[in-house]
Design a protein around this ligand. Sequence first.
Ligand SMILES: NC(=O)c1ccc[n+]([C@@H]2O[C@H](COP(=O)([O-])OP(=O)(O)OC[C@H]3O[C@@H](n4cnc5c(N)ncnc54)[C@H](OP(=O)(O)O)[C@@H]3O)[C@@H](O)[C@H]2O)c1
Length: 263
Amino acid sequence: MSLNHPIDNFSNLNVWIIGASSGIGEACAKWFAQAGANLILSARRLDALDQLAHAIRTQYPQTQVRSIALDVNHQDQASTVVTEIFEEWPRLDILLYVSGVYTPVQADYFDLKVTEQMIQTNLMGPMRMVSLLMPHFLEQKSGHIALVGSVAGYSGLPKSLVYGPTKAALLNFAESLYHDLKPRGVNVHIISPGFVQTPATAGNDFEMPALISAEQAAIEIGQGLQKGEFEIHFPKKFSYFLKFLRILPYPVYFWLLKTFVKT
Ligand SMILES: NC(=O)c1ccc[n+]([C@@H]2O[C@H](COP(=O)([O-])OP(=O)(O)OC[C@H]3O[C@@H](n4cnc5c(N)ncnc54)[C@H](OP(=O)(O)O)[C@@H]3O)[C@@H](O)[C@H]2O)c1
């Protein structure tokens, strides 16, 4: 049973991707373009967005693509961008919030500046954007809010002292949001990727289990939206394994982490 409205056809839907300048967001932009959607692309690096918009227009000339610079941590800028979008576009069908930052943090390297930056971009950012868009979604009585979290939000993992809590909070936020918005006609999705090959993971100095490409991640996200899934998690063998870990008794859970995860 799908918890959200399935999307049969992306043709001419208006999709705003925040965090489209690289990695998963960029791959999703290309996936939505081939599916026939119109796109608004945002992130801080406007040059990267413009290049992506140009590539999409060249390949799919019928697609409307607009790039708009946005730092999700700037309230005034975010508010202005939302106003601008609704002046130009009659409605927003899908908000895909992808932006996020990952810096490994552990007990002996617990930097509060890094902590604040991750909380801002990974948690306050999506909350800010959802709050600014809320009146529009409520008025439309339709649309999809899709937030990119992580399987790292399922339970506490090594080197994830801050990243994990931001993603756990985002999952909780999405659950509450679904409860509030579904009766009002607005769909909510949480996306929980495992390891994806992107600039964010390029510096990882360990072997990433079940690593997939950004293009594969985009297909999973697109198909999950098509099916109307509340949680779009992938790759399944890794995400189900982590879901299983979190239901184990703590002594077993911590023993497994200590035995099998190198820190
Ligand atoms: N890669 C993985 O293995 C993996 C696994 C699970 C979850 N995720 C999640 O997937 C999402 C995308 O990550 P990725 O791997 O694709 O990394 P990425 O290539 O580094 O992409 C991160 C995106 O976030 C944007 N961003 C960062 N700070 C921002 C800000 N202040 N305002 C607006 N945009 C900002 C970046 O654009 P600008 O720098 O241009 O602003 C970029 O477009 C993140 O939420 C990440 O936590 C990734």
